[in-house]
Design a protein around this ligand. Structure first.
Ligand code: 5GP
Ligand code: MN
Length: 335
């Protein structure tokens, strides 16, 4: 008889003293960090003695409140340590991504590592880079799927308040505070279990969404009043930010997070985009409603991917040329 995914996961977790490295995707979001720190806390509480969390690069300060945040090794800042933990691990647990290409500078080391590789993720079209794939595209978030895994591995009693806070943060951020990707009773059943553990939902909401710096708030105002471009005939709205504009607002990691969503709040807008100029590329964030497939747009034209209604990618053309390409694609409905 075929072993269930939980049984297979259990088999990989027999040895509590093996070196286990939890890895998240580049530019980790609340779901990635919440899942990683939730799993880290659960494993530590279960007696696993050598567990580490590695993020490819830094992430937004509004995620730094999470318990265990000071344990995260940011590979861009502690390169030798990050790479060593990937190369020498017996087990790599990959959270919130489904292909090694999402780990930026860690990709080659991830592929070369002899560790067993486990993926727990909810993005479509997983790649065959893993020894065990726990993949479910119907769940709201990796944190929700991880809850199912932890409840299956132990029992609900073993999920502590610390674990619950991290998983709750993952669900809240990936659903835009329960406004999309969560039209399934199971998500709310799991959230109810987390609240029973003592999670203070209002407090977590404030920690994530009401901790703007003044610069970040003014950057948002600038985007909406000066930079929003609406293309009504293509039901599209987008915002672009050059490096100098970001500098003007003393841009910090995470300051542009969420800006892309505002375009979708305009009547009849079905596709919203944010273009952020970086040193050697333009970062692209896409959001859509209904059947409009942002994932295909990102995959087919912008070296990226994601979910149907939330995706991202990169362009190596100039910001100006990237915007011209984008406008032409959406005006001609070439997704
Ligand atoms: P965001 O716009 O918040 O950066 O990303 C939105 C979604 O798109 C997330 O689910 C994220 O995993 C995915 N995504 C963002 N950038 C990329 C990328 O470069 N490649 C792929 N495959 N997915 C991306
Ligand atoms: Mn996610």
């Amino acid at each position: 008889m075929e072993l269930t995914r939980i049984d297979r996961l259990k088999n990989f977790l027999q040895d509590k003293n093996q070196l286990i490295t939890i890895v998240v995707h580049a530019n980790p979001d609340g779901d990635a960090i919440g899942s990683a720190l939730g799993l880290y806390a659960w494993m530590t509480e279960q007696g696993f003695s050598r567990v580490y969390v590695v993020a490819p690069n830094p992430y937004a300060s509004f995620l730094h409140w999470m318990p265990g945040n000071d344990q995260v090794i940011v590979a861009e800042e502690e390169k030798d340590k990050g790479l060593r933990l990937i190369s020498t691990a017996r087990l790599l647990i990959c959270l919130d991504f489904n292909g090694m290409g999402r780990t930026a500078g860690l990709e080659e080391h991830m592929r070369a590592s002899e560790a067993a590789k486990i993926m727990i993720d909810h993005h479509p079209d997983p790649e065959n880079d893993f020894d065990l794939m726990i993949s479910d595209t119907k769940v709201s978030s990796t944190a929700e799927l991880l809850y199912e895994c932890l409840a299956g591995l132990s029992d609900q009693e073993a999920i502590s308040l610390t674990v619950a806070q991290c998983l709750y943060a993952g669900i809240v951020t990936d659903t835009g505070s329960f406004s999309y990707g969560c039209n399934n009773p199971r998500t709310y059943e799991i959230v109810a279990r987390l609240i029973e553990k003592g999670v203070d939902g209002a407090k977590i909401q404030r920690l994530i969404y009401s901790t703007y710096s003044e610069d970040r708030m003014r950057l948002l105002g600038f985007c909406l009043s000066e930079k929003l471009k609406v293309i009504p005939e293509a039901n599209t709205a987008y915002i672009s930010l050059s490096e100098s504009e970001l500098l003007r607002f003393n841009h910090k990691e995470g300051d542009t997070e969420g800006i892309v969503n505002y375009g979708l709040s305009i009547e009849n807008i079905k596709l919203a985009a944010l273009f952020t100029e970086k040193e050697d590329h333009v970062k692209i964030s896409l959001r859509s409603t209904g059947d409009l497939d942002a994932n295909m747009l990102a995959r087919n034209h912008f070296n990226g991917g994601g979910h149907k209604n939330a995706a991202g990618g990169k362009s190596f053309a100039s910001l100006e040329d990237t915007l011209a390409d984008f406008e032409s694609l959406v005006k001609n409905e070439r997704f």
